[in-house]
Design a protein around this ligand. Structure first.
Ligand code: CTP
Length: 443
């Protein structure tokens, strides 16, 4: 294990300047001012992990991570009270929770979250298992972390206020844009760090340090991902899909070899994913679309067996049922949709070809077709998504009933026929004309 050291004298000035910078920026983050106020009387609280890293990089952290010597739950209570005083109410989603065994606690509200952990050391009983946790010194608590840039702590109050403590190389790695693990077994102990490596490299634009890249490749070759529960891999994949640039994260996961090391292996086409996102309207959902762009790479098989295998894969990764259904449908339907869209000769045929299909399936079909110009299906899909699907009739079923159409399936059939006529330009937009056309088409 490397020694974790307090800042050496030569770095002390730089470090205290950096610590002051972190504290100066903290009140700009939701919950930061309350945190500083609540910990003012404590000696043990430090800001750590992604929060410190991001503030040193002048980025906005998604959440604040705090470590304390003890009393995580009490601190969470005090923070919740301070946030409530500052206007965060249960209407603002203010929540608090604690994990007694791990001595962790959190407060979350609509605009933010503070995670509090009690300093600890970790050891892994077997590769890929969850760590055994024990009380640990401040150094243990730095050493247990994934990358040097996440192992920087800043004192929040008391005599250690604004002081920086960090693992070796942390500050130089942060400055150089390097991702370096803290010890040689890091990826084997916790292979989810392979996915975190890809996510951070895409998000921060950082490069894996040479030895780290080598150890990542070795871990993947040795089948490290097989030792982690699929649910934990799924959780990391979901985080990748929710990154600000999810495609960048997937590119990094593919380049690192993580996607190809999954069981079954996935491959990723950046062009397909970006094309799908570009075609997807604002009311579509990007995560299932991107997931579907990965799933199309699964071995093609017979329809029903392929559907079952795709869903079983997503179930193992513990994707929510709604995402599983949407992504599977998009992945399985998109190839057939390409053919149907290309064959549509009129807007009404176009409507029939996409009827009942989720937006993600249509957008993915457009992107698949765009891989092979001139891409007739892609222009049809875009016309449907951008324009034709918004066309509405001027008459409703109630209007038809009031005009004497008998209740029953005929109402739906007439509305359907009217919409086809409007889409094909055979009927105008006036309510009267549409009503007359419906009455004339009665059987
Ligand atoms: N951590 C770790 N190994 C993991 C997960 C987390 O060592 N597999 C440590 C890291 O030090 C990380 C901290 O726990 O900084 C908190 O984890 P998390 O909240 O997931 O990450 P953040 O650092 O907050 O980074 P992000 O910006 O992605 O939230």
């Amino acid at each position: 294990m490397p020694d974790v050291h307090a800042q050496s004298n030569s770095r002390a000035t730089h470090a205290s300047h950096s610590g002051e910078m972190v504290l100066a920026r903290l009140p700009e983050i939701s919950g930061g001012a309350q945190l500083l106020r609540v910990v003012a009387g404590r000696q043990d609280a430090e800001l750590i992990g992604g929060a410190t890293r991001d503030l040193l990089l002048a980025r906005t952290p998604k959440e604040l991570d705090v470590v304390v010597e003890s009393g995580a739950e009490l601190l969470a209570q005090e923070l919740a009270a301070a946030l409530a005083d500052a206007g965060a109410s249960s209407d603002a989603g203010l929540q608090r929770g604690a994990h007694e065994r791990f001595e962790t606690a959190f407060v979350s509200w609509r605009e933010g979250r503070i995670d509090i952990t009690t300093r600890r050391g970790e050891s892994y009983p077997s590769p890929g298992s969850l760590p055994d946790v024990r009380a640990g010194s401040p150094d243990d608590d730095l050493r247990r972390r994934d990358f040097t840039v996440n192992a920087i702590a800043v004192g929040l109050a008391g005599p250690r206020r604004a002081q920086l403590r960090s693992a070796p190389h942390s500050l130089e790695d942060l400055e150089a844009g390097r991702l370096r693990i803290l010890h040689e077994r890091s990826f084997l102990d916790d292979p989810t760090r392979l996915l975190r490596l890809a996510r951070y490299s895409a998000r921060l634009g950082f490069e894996p340090e040479q030895r780290t890249a080598q150890l990542a490749a070795e871990a993947l070759r040795a089948g490290a991902l097989g030792s982690v529960s699929p649910a934990r891999i799924g959780a990391e994949l979901r985080l990748a899909l929710r990154e600000e640039d999810p495609v960048g994260s997937l590119v990094a996961l593919a380049e690192l070899g993580v996607l190809g090391a999954l069981d079954p292996p996935l491959s990723f086409s950046e062009q397909l994913a970006r094309g799908g996102l570009a075609a997807l309207p604002a009311d579509g959902r990007s995560d299932p679309l991107l997931l579907a762009s990965l799933l199309v790479s699964l071995d093609p098989g017979d329809g029903a067996a392929r559907e079952a295998a795709t869903k079983a894969f997503l179930d193992r990764l513990e994707f929510a049922a709604s995402d599983r259904e949407r992504a599977t449908r998009a992945a399985l339907r998109a190839p057939a949709l390409v053919a149907a869209l290309a064959a549509a000769r009129s807007p009404s045929q176009l409507r029939r070809s996409v009827r009942g299909e989720p937006l993600e399936a249509i957008a993915l079909a457009a992107a698949m077709d765009e891989l092979q110009p001139p891409a007739p299906a892609a222009s049809a899909a875009r016309r449907w998504l951008d324009e034709l699907r918004h066309v509405r009739l001027q008459v409703t079923g109630d209007d038809l009933l009031s005009a004497g159409v008998a209740p029953g399936p005929e109402v739906g059939r007439l509305l359907d026929a009217l919409l086809d006529m409007v889409l094909d330009g055979k009927l105008g937009d006036s309510r009267e004309a549409q009503l007359q056309a419906a009455l004339g088409a009665r059987t």
